[in-house]
Design a protein around this ligand. Structure first.
Ligand SMILES: [Zn+2]
Length: 335
C-alpha cells in the first residue's frame, strides 16, 4: 500500500463532498450552477437545477449556422457537419451545438452551465438514446478546449458528437446505444473566442482543478461531479513550442483508465495516427489527475499536435482525437 494515508484522506474528502453536494441541492433548489460552491462538486443527483437551453432568454439564442455540407440521417432528422473554421470560436460553434437539441430533442439535452467573465457561455450536451435515462447507461464525459489556443480539440469534439448521433457503423451504433455522452466542446469559451490559452482572468484552467479560482472550473466540476461519469477524457493539444509533443493518452485513476489509454492508442494506430499510451502520478491540479488521483474516477488526458500552417496537420489532429474518443467510448461502454 504505497499511499495509505492519501487514500484515507481521499475517501473522507469524497464523503465530505458528496454530503456537501447533497446539502446544497436540498437547501437551495433554485440555485444556478454558477453559484454553487466547488466543494459541492460530486453530488449524488443529476444536475437538474441547471438552466437548459429551453429556458434561455430568446435574445441569447443565436441563429444556427448555415448548412453547407451534406447531412447524414440515422433514425432522426439530418445533422449537418459542424462548422469547420480554423479557430472554432464559440460564435461559430455554439449555434450548431444549440441546434442539436432542437433537431434531436429526445436524444440531446443542452445545458448552459454558466456565464463567463468575458460574456460567453459554457455549453454542455448530454446525449443518450431516446427514452433511456443516462443513469441506466455507462457515462462518458468529454471536456474539450480548456486551452483556447487548441482549436482542433473542439473540432474533434464536435465531429465526435455528430458521429455519435449519426454513424451507421454497427460497432459505433452498439457503443452509442450503451453510452451516455456528456460533452463540453468549448470549456474555455473566453479563451477560444480570441485564440488564447488562458481564461479572461489570465488563469490556466488546467492548473485550477482543486484551487477552483475560475468560474469555468467551478461550474465544470459541479456538472461532472453530479453526473458521476465512469470515465472522463480531457482533450488537448501540444503546441509547436512544447518540447515534448508526441501525441499521447495519459491515464489517471486506475486500471480502466490505463486500459482505455491503450485502446485509444490502438484505435488511432488503426487509422494511421501515432498515439502513445502512458500513466503518470503527479500534479493533481490538472483535470485528469484531479479526477483520477484525488477522486478515483478514471480519467485520460488526450494530447494531439496543433501545428498551424503545416499541411495535413489539422486533419491528423482531428483524426487522432476522433479515433481515440471512439476507443474511450468502446471501453466505457463495456460493463
Ligand atoms: Zn491544453
Amino acid at each position: 500500500m504505497p499511499f495509505p494515508s492519501f487514500r484515507r484522506a481521499a475517501l473522507w474528502r469524497g464523503f465530505f463532498w458528496c454530503g456537501a453536494g447533497l446539502l446544497s441541492v436540498l437547501a437551495a433548489p433554485e440555485v444556478r450552477a454558477q453559484q454553487l460552491s466547488p466543494l459541492s462538486a460530486p453530488a449524488l443527483e443529476p444536475p437538474a437545477l441547471l438552466e437548459t437551453e429551453d429556458d434561455a432568454p430568446a435574445s441569447l439564442v443565436r441563429r444556427p449556422a448555415r448548412i453547407s455540407r451534406p447531412a447524414l440521417t440515422v433514425r432522426g432528422v439530418p445533422i449537418s457537419a459542424p462548422p469547420d473554421g480554423f479557430y472554432q470560436t464559440p460564435e461559430e460553434i455554439e449555434p450548431w451545438l444549440l441546434n442539436l437539441s432542437r433537431l434531436r430533442p429526445s436524444q440531446v439535452k443542452t445545458r448552459i452551465l454558466g456565464a463567463t467573465l468575458g460574456g460567453n457561455r459554457i455549453v454542455a450536451l448530454e446525449i443518450a438514446p431516446s427514452g433511456v435515462s443516462p443513469w441506466k447507461l455507462r457515462r462518458l464525459a468529454v471536456l474539450c478546449r480548456q486551452h483556447g489556443n487548441e482549436p482542433e480539440s473542439s473540432a474533434s469534439g464536435a465531429r465526435f458528437i455528430r458521429e455519435f448521433l449519426t454513424s451507421t457503423d454497427p460497432k459505433k451504433r452498439a457503443i452509442a446505444q450503451k453510452t451516455a455522452l456528456l460533452i463540453v466542446p468549448i470549456a474555455n469559451p473566453d479563451g477560444a473566442a480570441v485564440y488564447r490559452r488562458r481564461t479572461e482572468e489570465n488563469i490556466d484552467m488546467n492548473r485550477d482543478w482543486g484551487p477552483f479560482r475560475t468560474q469555468e472550473t467551478r461550474v465544470l466540476a459541479n456538472w461532472l461531479g453530479a453526473w458521476k461519469p465512469h470515465l472522463i477524457v480531457d482533450v488537448h493539444q501540444w503546441l509547436p513550442k512544447d518540447r515534448q509533443n508526441a501525441p499521447m493518452a495519459e491515464a489517471s485513476g486506475g486500471a480502466l483508465a490505463r486500459r482505455t489509454a491503450k485502446r485509444m492508442a490502438q484505435n488511432s494506430a488503426r487509422r494511421g495516427y501515432a498515439l502513445s499510451a502512458r500513466s503518470r502520478w503527479g500534479l493533481d491540479t490538472l483535470s485528469h489527475r484531479f479526477w483520477g488521483q484525488r477522486l478515483k474516477i478514471p480519467a485520460i488526458l488526450l494530447e494531439t499536435r496543433h501545428r498551424p500552417g503545416v499541411a495535413g496537420a489539422r486533419e491528423a489532429a482531428i483524426g487522432t482525437s476522433l479515433a481515440a474518443l471512439w476507443g474511450a467510448a468502446e471501453m466505457v461502454s463495456r460493463k
